[in-house]
Every structure is written in C-alpha cells, then in structure tokens.
Write a protein that binds this ligand. Structure first.
Ligand code: MG
Length: 406
C-alpha cells in the first residue's frame, strides 16, 4: 500500500483565481487515471521532457546553424531559457508554474532543422497542399507523431498545455483542426474561430519567448562576431543599460572587459523586461479582475509589456532582423539550408521508400481519393520537420551526393 500523499487533485494555494488549476483541467483527449504524486500539468511537463522531439531540440538551429559553433543557443537551450523566464514571472503573478514550464518546453517542438530557413523552405515545398506552420507542427508532435504509449498516439497532454502550444493558427488550419477536435470547450481550434485569448499561462509563454530570444540573440550575435558592441548603441533599450552599467562599473570600459559589459547589460535588460511585464500585467489584472482562468480567456490579452517597453522591444527586434538575421553571412547559410530542405522534400516525394519504414508505410496512401499527393506530402513534411540539422545534412548528402553544410 502506497503512503505517498495524494495531492494530484488539490489546487495549490499559491495560485490566483485566474490561474489554470490542474484539478479543473478540461482534460486529455484519451481519459487517464490521475497520477498519485503529480498534478496533471506536472505530468505533461514530464512527458514533454521524456519525448524524442524534445531531445532532438539540442541539435536544432535557433539562429546559428548547429555546426557553426558549440556555444550558440540551440532550440533546446532557448526553450530552457523561455521556461526559466516564464516560471519566474508566473510565480510572481500567481499563475501555474508547471503549466508555463510545460508550454515553454514544448513550444518549439515542431520546428524544422535550420531554424526559420528550414521552415520557410518546407512551407514553400508544401504550399500546394496547405503549407507548413511550425506551431501547428508542435501540436502534431504532441498529438500524433510521438509514439510511445500503448493505447494512443502522441503524449495525450491536457487541453491547457495543447492550447498554449498552438500559439498561432491560420483560419484555414483552424477550420481543418476544428473538425477533429471535441465539440466541447476542450477544443484548441475554437479560439482562432471565436477570436478569444488563450489562458494567461499561454499568453505569458508567448511573451517570455520574445524576451528570451531578444536577449540571447544579442549575446550570440556578438559572440559570432556578426554584431559589434558599438552597433548595439543604436538600440535604446540596450544602450540605456550599457550606460548604467558603465556608470556603476567604469572598469568595464576597455575592450578586454566587453564580455562582462555585454552580460551585465543583457542581465539588466532582461530584468527590466520581466519587471515591466509583472507590473503591467498586475495592474491590468487588478482592473479586469478575472475570477477564473476561463473568464481571463474572454478578456483582451492581459499579459503584456507597458507601451514604452513594447516599443523598446520592437526596436530591438527590428535591429536584430536587419543586422543579424539578414546578415550576409547568415543569409548564405540559410540559402544552403533551404536548398537542403527543398532537395530532401523532392527526393522523398519522388521515392517515399527512401524514408525509414514507418514513414514509408504511412506514405503508401490508398489510391483513388484524388488527394494522394497531398497525403504523401504531409508524411514527408512530418519526417523532414523532425530531423536535426546534422541528420538533414547527412541525408541530403546520401541522396544528392552534395555536401552543402559541412
Ligand atoms: Mg521560441
């Protein structure tokens, strides 16, 4: 007889009324017995950490391709940083920390290899069949593609976690998804058709994602040599904290100390954004006063930056777009990455038997319904999207004889 405490169904007293409560979850697609020692959201987080797609994030590009250096962020370290920021803000706002952690760790599971270059290429390849969208793919991973449980496909996560993972969704995709979702509130497509908000936890993860990449892309950009410290002086948010840091620590002025100056500036910038979100959201929640997670979903977005910080964040994003993401050196690599993905797509479409057995079997679609090519394209996109950078490069070399990414 187990003596473990049964707290899976008890709400935590630390959570506010507007937080998602694991005891009140809208449930899983396939009913399961509660775990004896973990809440439903803790269990989701654990399922994500143990998934194959999560482990692959370590070999997937964030901005710099995986083979370009060992010290740059990968999708894995990015996801961990998002989880850290989201947890810390959630605690301060009385939101459910386990849920934000689960959403943050899963939010990029559907990303292709080679970052946005890979996603753009796969989207172009599949345009005739509805296109490729990484948010929807993240949901496909946790709903269908992970195969590790005896009685269902996917990880069978709670509605609240799935809701947070599906950050964006086109109307067309939402209508399609709606057909396979339950006709209840536990339908992740519904809010894109009714234009309501997701839970506060989901809203928070969205913002934590932005805070994380704005900060770590500066760090990686400088580390790579593609961004110079003096270029960053054009970014008001960065520059104000750089000046503040130098005022307090003038010994960081010489170039030899610039690494410390960079870290301290980024640290202050991160803190300022976190405190801004907490203060702005608190004020907003105080006025709107939602009495439940569901009431908060019916309100305009509550988790946000102040207008001044939103403008600062936008300026930083714009700077990174022009100076880093579109840097000629980054563009050259993304050009190669796009070719790898496009060549792979064409090769598997021409001969699906080149894929591993499970995918090749799925690609043997029943003839006669007129959608055969589209159905094969979905299987090929699933296979390519799941690849790590180096596996994609190796497969490309095997199939084409070309070595584009060393
Ligand atoms: Mg992200």
């Amino acid at each position: 007889m187990s003596t473990l405490p049964l707290f899976a169904s008890q709400p935590s007293p630390l959570h506010a009324a507007y937080a998602c409560d694991p005891a009140q979850t809208l449930g899983r697609r396939f009913p399961e017995v509660d775990a004896p020692t973990r809440t439903a959201f803790q269990r989701d987080r654990d399922r994500i950490v143990h998934s194959t797609a999560f482990r692959r994030l370590v070999y997937k590009t964030q901005v710099f391709l995986n083979h370009e250096g060992d010290l740059f962020r990968t999708r894995m370290t990015h996801s961990l940083e998002v989880a850290q920021l989201a947890r810390s803000i959630a605690r301060s706002l009385g939101l459910n920390e386990d849920l934000v952690e689960a959403i943050a760790l899963a939010h990029d599971l559907g990303h292709t290899p080679f970052g946005h270059a890979g996603q753009d290429a796969l989207h172009e390849c599949t345009a005739a069949y509805g296109g490729f969208e990484h948010n929807l793919q993240s949901l496909r991973v946790v709903d269908h593609l992970e195969q590790r449980y005896p009685m269902f496909d996917g990880l069978n996560l709670c509605f609240e976690t799935r809701e947070g993972i599906l950050k964006h969704c086109s109307r067309r995709n939402a209508e399609q998804l709606n057909a396979s979702e339950p006709p209840t509130k536990a339908n992740v497509a519904l809010r894109f058709l009714e234009h309501t908000q997701p839970s506060l936890e989901a809203q928070l993860c969205n913002l934590a994602d932005e805070i994380a990449y704005n900060a770590h892309d500066i760090d990686d950009g400088v580390r790579s040599g593609l961004l110079a410290m003096d270029q960053l002086e054009a970014v008001p948010l960065f520059d104000s904290f750089r000046r503040e840091t130098l005022q307090e620590h003038p010994h960081l002025l010489p170039v030899a100390q610039h690494r410390r100056l960079l870290y301290e500036t980024i640290r202050r910038m991160l803190s300022a954004q976190v405190y801004d979100v907490i203060a702005t959201t608190r004020a907003s929640l105080k006025t709107s006063s939602p009495q439940s997670a569901d009431e908060a979903r019916q309100m305009p977005a509550q988790v946000q930056f102040s207008p001044a910080m939103a403008a600062n964040s936008l300026a930083l994003k714009t700077f990174l777009l022009h100076q880093l993401y579109r840097h000629p050196q980054v563009m050259q690599m993304t050009g190669h990455a796009k070719q790898v993905v496009t060549d792979l797509f064409n090769a598997y479409m021409a001969d699906p038997a080149q894929m591993p057995r499970g995918f090749a079997l799925r690609a043997q679609v029943r003839p006669g319904n007129g959608h055969e090519t589209a159905e094969v394209a979905v299987v090929v996109a699933d296979f390519i999207a799941g690849m790590t950078d180096r596996f994609a490069a190796k497969e490309h070399e095997r199939l084409t004889g070309l070595r584009l990414l060393a």
